[in-house]
Structures are given as C-alpha cells and as structure tokens.
Design a protein around this ligand. Structure first.
Ligand code: SF4
Ligand code: SF4
Ligand code: SF4
Length: 280
C-alpha cells in the first residue's frame, strides 16, 4: 500500500561499512521512533545491515562507518565518494582509525602474530587510517558509538542544506550541566572529559567512572596539560597512555599522549604464538 504523504523523489541515503564493529550503523536502527518519519524524508537505497535490497547510485548522502585497512578498502572508498553528493563519516573508526589504529605504531604484523594462529593468511594493510586520509569528507560525526540524536541532527541538517549543530566543547560542560560532582577534582579519578568532545551527556562520570575519550578530542583540547595534571595526581605514565590510546588512539592530540603505550607494545614480552603452537 502506498503512502500518499511520502514524496516519490526523496533524497537517497546509502550506508557503507569498512573496518568496524557495526555499532555506529546500529545507531541508525536505534532511531526506532524517528525511523518511520525519517523514511518519509529519505529513501534508504543501500544499507546491508537492514536489507539486502540495494539501489545503484549516485546517492545524495552516504554514511560511512569504519576505517581503511585493506587495499580493497582504498579502492572501494573512492567509488563510494564518486557516487555520493555528501559523504558523512560516522564514528571513531571512520574519523580517526579506531582502536585498530594501534597497529599503526607497532611493527608490521606484530598484533596479528599474537592473535592469529596463521597470520600469513591475512591480507591487510599495516595501518588503519581514517576515511579523510583517502577521500574528501563533508562531515565527521564522532563517537564510539555515535549518538543517535546527533546522527538525526546531521541527517536533518544535510537535508535542509545547513551545517549540523553539534557541540564542539568538552564533556566537562555536559558534566556540569547535569550536576555531576567532578570525579577528577573530588577523588583524583583519571578522566579525559576536559579534552573529549561532548555528545554523550557525560555518561561515564554520571555512573561514577572517568571518561576514556570515546568521542575523540574536543576543539582546542589541551591534552598536554591534562596528561601533566593526571600524572601529578598519581596516575602512572602507562595508565595515562592507555587512557589516551583506546578508541581514538591515532587522533591528533591523543596520539602524542599514547606514545608511551606504543613503546611498551614495541618492547612487550607478550608471548607470541607460533604456527606450531596450539591455541590455548
Ligand atoms: S566507532 Fe566504535 S561503535 Fe562505531 S564502528 Fe567503530 S568500534 Fe564500532
Ligand atoms: S568528572 Fe570528568 S568530565 Fe566531569 S567535570 Fe570532572 S573532569 Fe570533567
Ligand atoms: S563519558 Fe567519555 S567515554 Fe563515556 S561515553 Fe562519554 S565520551 Fe565516551
């Protein structure tokens, strides 16, 4: 049955996956209440997480999740770009290379040798890089995963032909707004809130744990000052490096602070599994 309120020539939306966990794509499906309204404004032309039905491009908006980790990815993202009027990346993987960018700072194949019994079967690049390292990106939405409210705002903004209204300040501002007592000041709990982009509503401090930076660096983040403060409060250098070296380990600002972690990885005495050894 057709809906006469649905315009025939709606703008098209395509959703693409690269190296990622699918969590950011699921944020779109999480828009349960808004999804039907959205479907009246946008025609979903390609979204394999939702349906096998797919329409050929070009597309008005492409949402891209994940980082570039294979030679095939390098070529595929160029095709996506060529077929998209607007290309919006969603999530930390796409914006900064994600947690998998830890490999960028290890010897080639170092992690694969630890994890896989037969790493020689793998065919991937030695780096995990953001989408913007390969093609022009019209907007980067941060988060691991992204916030669905921010995703809707970005889609509405592109449909209306305006810039998205997304906070560029830090999590601390959201923390203050909800009246949470500062964990860092009151109890010296390590927290990346001062340098992390807002968007989650200061979720972690509200449940009594420090922020670990999943929304990536805020504008003008002073990571040097925060790292010095954390160390002054007794957080070890390796703990500070771990804090910065998680979901946005390759993000400018965070990357420099995570250096100590990389040195540790390089000299790690983690026992490597050889092909002859059984998996334990
Ligand atoms: S940013 Fe996080 S939630 Fe999104 S795809 Fe990457 S790992 Fe998954
Ligand atoms: S708990 Fe963390 S996010 Fe909240 S105000 Fe303190 S430093 Fe900022
Ligand atoms: S408080 Fe920090 S780690 Fe927690 S959800 Fe928000 S940005 Fe992510």
């Amino acid at each position: 049955m057709s809906d006469s309120n649905v315009p025939i020539n709606r703008p098209t939306l395509a959703v693409w996956k690269f190296a990622s966990c699918d969590g950011c794509q699921l944020s779109l499906l999480d828009c349960e209440d808004e999804l039907l309204t959205l479907a009246k404004a946008i025609r979903i032309a390609h979204f394999t997480e939702m349906t096998r039905a797919s329409t050929l491009g070009p597309y008005d908006i492409s949402l891209v999740e994940g980082s570039i980790t294979t030679a095939e990815d390098v070529e595929r993202i160029k095709v996506v770009r060529a077929n998209s009027r607007y290309l919006v990346t969603i999530g930390a993987c796409a914006a900064t290379g994600g947690v998998q960018a830890l490999r960028n700072f290890a010897a080639p194949g170092e992690f694969a040798a630890i994890v896989y019994a037969h790493p020689e079967y793998l065919d991937s690049l030695n780096t995990s890089t953001p989408i913007s390292s390969h093609v022009r990106v019209d907007y980067e939405l941060q988060g691991c995963p992204i916030d669905r409210g921010q995703l809707l705002e970005v889609l509405l903004a592109f449909l209306a032909g305006r810039r998205p209204v997304i906070a560029s300040y830090s999590v601390c501002q959201e923390c203050k707004a909800r009246g949470t007592v500062c964990l860092l000041v009151s109890r010296a709990v390590p927290c990346l809130g001062p340098v992390t982009r807002a968007g989650c509503g200061a979720l972690c401090p509200s449940i009594d744990r420090g922020c670990f930076g999943c929304f990536g660096p805020s504008d003008d983040a002073n990571c040097d000052a925060l790292a010095t403060r954390l160390k002054g409060l007794g957080t070890t250098e390796s703990s500070v490096a771990r804090l910065f070296g998680t979901f946005n380990t390759a993000a400018p600002g965070f990357a420099e602070q995570a250096q100590a972690l990389r040195v540790n990885v390089a000299v790690s005495d983690t026992r490597r599994r050889t092909p002859e050894e059984p998996r334990s």
